[in-house]
Design a protein around this ligand. Structure first.
Ligand SMILES: [Mg+2]
Length: 260
């Protein structure tokens, strides 16, 4: 008998959540994930949002189901703590990730300064700062972000570990080795659930690292996914849904139903 899917890794915005649509959440998708969780399947939300922004998203949208794990900021891993249901770091991964990023941003200071200079003088993008310093930026349009990433791709030539994650008009600076796929791989290791038992779904640039087949055997994307995501999913033998957002995830889960 072939192994069964035991872990779901889904993006949030544009994948489970259809912003600006009515309904925002697909009932069939919510129901199906709930049923799978009831059968023992583990569900992780794998998002670019921070813990706080994800929590407010889940609350504001009155999410009817609750993830077992959250993978946030495209790199951190949290599980629900036994007391009080708050999120707590799972293992020492988040500490390692923070340390590696602090070291990287220190050694790549001049590249970062070049990027800041470009953004301030050549674009209308807004830089985003967090407690640890410069975190990323918001561009005015995806076209503007294309110009920014083109510049970064040149500037990082001598600092190949200095990289970024992008999602619509948002960009976050990061270490090249840390992304949604790496976080999923660590969760897979901690839970002892191999790639052959993992389903993943996402719609944008920052999802490609978990949809290219390296860390999840069953990648999928909704119809609204960008062409680069669809290409990655198809190359990995995954499923591109005809429906958008949550309805597309529902469709993809049904497509792989025989593997549950
Ligand atoms: Mg998304």
């Amino acid at each position: 008998m072939s192994p069964k899917i035991r872990l779901l890794s889904t993006d949030f915005d544009g994948t489970l959540v259809a912003h600006g649509s009515d309904p925002v959440l697909d009932r069939g998708c919510m129901k199906q994930i709930e049923t799978l969780q009831g059968d023992g399947v583990i569900w992780a939300i794998n998002t670019g949002r921070s813990v706080d922004l994800l929590e407010s998203g889940l609350t504001d949208l009155a999410f009817p189901i609750h993830p077992d794990f959250i993978l946030t900021s495209e790199r951190d891993i949290f599980r629900r703590s036994s007391n009080g249901g708050k999120w707590e770091p799972y293992g020492d991964w988040n500490e390692r990730v923070a340390r590696e990023h602090a070291e990287l941003f220190h050694s790549a200071e001049s590249v970062l300064a070049e990027v800041v200079d470009f953004v301030n003088h050549k674009t209308k993008a807004r830089l985003l700062y967090h407690t640890a310093g410069l975190e990323g930026l918001i561009a005015e349009s995806e076209e503007e972000l294309d110009r920014v990433t083109k510049f970064i791709d040149q500037a990082r030539a001598n600092q190949p570990k200095f990289h970024y994650q992008r999602n619509t008009v948002y960009l976050r600076f990061c270490h090249a080795d840390y992304h949604k796929g790496a976080a999923l791989a660590e969760l897979s290791r901690l839970l002892e659930i191999p790639r052959e038992e993992i389903f993943a779904a996402g719609d944008h640039h920052n999802d490609i690292s978990m949809l290219d087949g390296r860390f999840a055997q069953y990648p999928a994307c909704p119809a609204n996914a960008i062409p680069e995501v669809k290409d990655a999913v198809i190359s990995a033998g995954g499923y591109v849904a005809a429906k958008t957002c949550g309805a597309g995830v529902d469709e993809a889960l049904l497509h792989f139903a025989e593997f549950f």
